[in-house]
Design a protein around this ligand. Sequence first.
Ligand code: COA
Length: 153
Amino acid sequence: MYQIRKATMDDTQIMYKLINTYADEGKLLHRTLSSIYENLQCFYIAENNGEVVGTVSLHILDKDLAEIRSLTVSDHHFGIGIGKRLVNIVINESRSLGVKTLLSLTYQVDFFKKCGFTLVDKSKLPMPKIWKDCMHCSKFSNCDENAMVIDTF
Ligand SMILES: CC(C)(COP(=O)(O)OP(=O)(O)OC[C@H]1O[C@@H](n2cnc3c(N)ncnc32)[C@H](O)[C@@H]1OP(=O)(O)O)[C@@H](O)C(=O)NCCC(=O)NCCS
């Protein structure tokens, strides 16, 4: 049985592995173990019979803008709605925190469209705040990710 819950320290090794396996494939940004520890309260995981099978985190960028980060689902569990549930929990948390817009920088345009996100022009976003973390990315000077947003209210 699948459930979504807040991450705990016991989950961090497998979270690290899931996130960085996809990061090695260029699908999202790498996370160090210490960055997972430091931001643990921002993470949710999907669990199936005690096994961590998905991750997501919410990162607040500004008064009205938060970013969904480190979204993963283990490939054995693709296509059964876990990714959408992880996105929805972050949308709901953004709403309950009073953050109006949730951003994703992503290659998974069709998936995020299914979750209600729309494509926006990156130049319309407050990029200095977003780029603070992008500076650690190998594609920083040549970013080809898509910016997608959803209104949480
Ligand atoms: C993207 C990802 C999180 C999707 O997870 P998932 O659990 O397989 O997705 P879901 O089952 O919740 O799919 C929700 C909907 O999106 C669709 N969908 C899922 N992946 C898709 C894809 N790659 N392209 C197009 N549509 C996709 C599903 O068919 C489903 O459609 P429906 O609502 O009409 O049935 C998962 O493929 C993944 O972890 N990928 C590798 C890491 C990654 O790219 N993360 C995103 C970083 S921004």
